[in-house]
Design a protein around this ligand. Structure first.
Ligand SMILES: [Zn+2]
Length: 170
């Protein structure tokens, strides 16, 4: 009797334990949900890492920006100081006047090249000429070396003259 009495409460205990387990199962469910959440977060963070790594990789190794930066070199002249900046690396997607790193002023303009000598032959290196319109001066731009007129996208001497340059230079 005493044993039955003891088994009955034990059953109740088991049931209450089972109920307790049931109620404990809901925190367990929360734990499982948290675990799942953590797993998702971990996967997401790995994905973010991979993505950012991929972006860095893309920026480092796709090349075009740096390759473009190398080709974006121009011969410039400062309109104020007259100083030449040859093979000047210009920022991408920028237009002249470019900022002079020495003065901090936007006074750098593309130089025109004049390959003429005063006696009508070709020469290298050319004379770098700042156009009057860039310098804010009126009138035609005259090459200070040969006295010829210099225009935007100044044409090179004809091939016959340039070929004499090569023959004479060697
Ligand atoms: Zn000239």
């Amino acid at each position: 009797m005493s044993r039955q009495g003891s088994t009955l409460p034990s059953l109740v205990d088991e049931r209450s334990a089972a109920i307790g387990g049931g109620t404990g199962a809901s925190p367990g469910g929360v734990n499982a949900r948290n675990a799942r959440k953590q797993k998702v977060m971990a996967v997401a963070s790995v994905a973010v890492l991979l993505l950012s790594g991929g972006i860095i990789y893309w920026q480092l190794f796709t090349g075009p920006p740096s390759a473009a930066a190398e080709t974006r070199q121009r011969d410039l002249i400062d309109a104020k100081t007259g100083k030449q900046y040859l093979k000047f690396k210009i920022p991408p997607n920028s237009r002249f006047p470019y900022t002079n790193p020495d003065t901090g002023e936007a006074t750098l303009y593309p130089a025109e090249l004049c390959f003429w000598t005063r006696d009508g032959k070709a020469k290298l290196p050319p004379t770098y000429v700042l156009l009057n319109e860039y310098a804010g001066r009126p009138g035609d731009t005259i090459c200070p070396d040969c006295g010829r007129k210099v225009v935007p996208h100044n044409p090179m001497p004809p091939p016959s003259v340039m070929s004499q340059l090569n023959a004479g230079g060697e």
